[in-house]
Design a protein around this ligand. Structure first.
Ligand code: HEC
Length: 109
């Protein structure tokens, strides 16, 4: 009985310490690289698109931030790069948790 209790407690502890809600910056970084976002963006300097840090500042404290940015990185759109219309890339994943992780990462910068 005692052993079972210990196993149950260990499981409960590992379940609560799962990084489900925690930000995984390495995974976010890997996904934006894979999705070619970094051809137009960088974390802290402006390229063709705004620096992710600038976007974080722009949306800080705004309740619509998650929704707006999630849409922006998952729904294809057009952006102007040096006066020309280009397709805005979307994240190369089907996993909503991975998308959320990237958006939260951008907002945390
Ligand atoms: C072709 C170049 C290009 C690529 C590739 C690109 N972006 Fe962008 N992105 C832009 C430009 C330009 C803007 C500014 C658009 C505007 O303000 O209307 C922008 C804006 C953004 C914004 C800010 C949106 C806002 O509402 O302020 C975010 C976040 C963003 N991009 C994320 C990404 C992610 C994530 C990827 C990869 C999936 C990506 N971008 C790929 C050019 C690009």
């Amino acid at each position: 009985m005692k052993r079972l209790f210990v196993v149950a407690m260990a499981l409960a502890a590992s379940a609560t310490s799962l990084p489900a809600a925690a930000l995984d910056a390495a995974a976010a970084d890997a996904l934006v690289r894979k999705s070619k976002c970094l051809t137009c963006h960088a974390v802290d300097k402006k390229k063709d698109g705004p620096a992710f840090k600038e976007t974080a500042g722009k949306y800080k404290g705004k309740p619509e931030a998650m929704e707006k940015l999630t849409k922006h990185v998952t729904v294809p759109s057009k952006v102007k790069v040096e006066g020309k219309e280009e397709d805005h890339e979307t994240l190369k994943t089907e996993d909503p948790a991975a998308v959320k992780n990237v958006v939260e990462w951008i907002l945390s910068l």
